[in-house]
Design a protein around this ligand. Structure first.
Ligand code: GTP
Ligand code: MG
Length: 133
């Protein structure tokens, strides 16, 4: 089985959507291996999104992800990385995420799109280490 790092971002926690996210993960057949509510240190946020450091929205992204607590989850199961990306939906909640996905159903803006999911086995390993040590 595979493991992936899922975050319910500050907008999702603030809107009370942690249960909804966990429910969809569990209904898909994936399992929770770890779950913790965390205040996000700036250095953790910057390492988490290091691949976007040169993008024009990087400042906004770091401000947003450190703006309130996040729920960090390790999710496991067969093809967990791709399976959660499917549950999440595309990055832009209107143009890319399909109805039925978390972002497609519950978000409007790319900058506040409720959840994060690792995008490759290498990212998953790096991110699980970063968030859970
Ligand atoms: P994550 O799971 O959060 O990594 O999202 P993703 O893999 O679907 O998208 P990506 O890694 O490309 O971008 C990371 C995050 O940066 C996205 O989830 C968005 O919140 C944000 N982001 C990406 N592109 C834009 C953009 O053009 N404008 C703004 N404001 N935010 C963006
Ligand atoms: Mg990403």
């Amino acid at each position: 089985d595979e493991r992936t790092l899922v975050l319910v971002k500050p907008d999702g926690v603030q809107r009370g959507l942690v249960g909804e996210v966990i429910s969809r993960i569990e209904r898909k057949g994936l399992r929770l291996a770890a779950l913790e509510l965390k205040n996000v240190e700036r250095s953790v946020a910057e390492q988490h999104y290091a691949e976007h450091a040169e993008r024009p929205f990087f400042g906004e992204l770091i401000e947003f992800i450190t703006s309130g607590p996040v729920a960090a989850l390790v999710v496991e199961g067969p093809r967990a990385i791709a399976a959660f990306r499917q549950i999440a939906g595309g990055t832009d909640p209107v143009e890319k995420a399909v109805p039925g996905s978390l972002r497609g159903d519950l978000a409007l803006e790319t900058g506040s799109n409720i959840v994060h999911g690792s995008d490759s086995p290498e990212s998953a390993e790096r991110e699980i280490k970063l968030w859970f040590g």
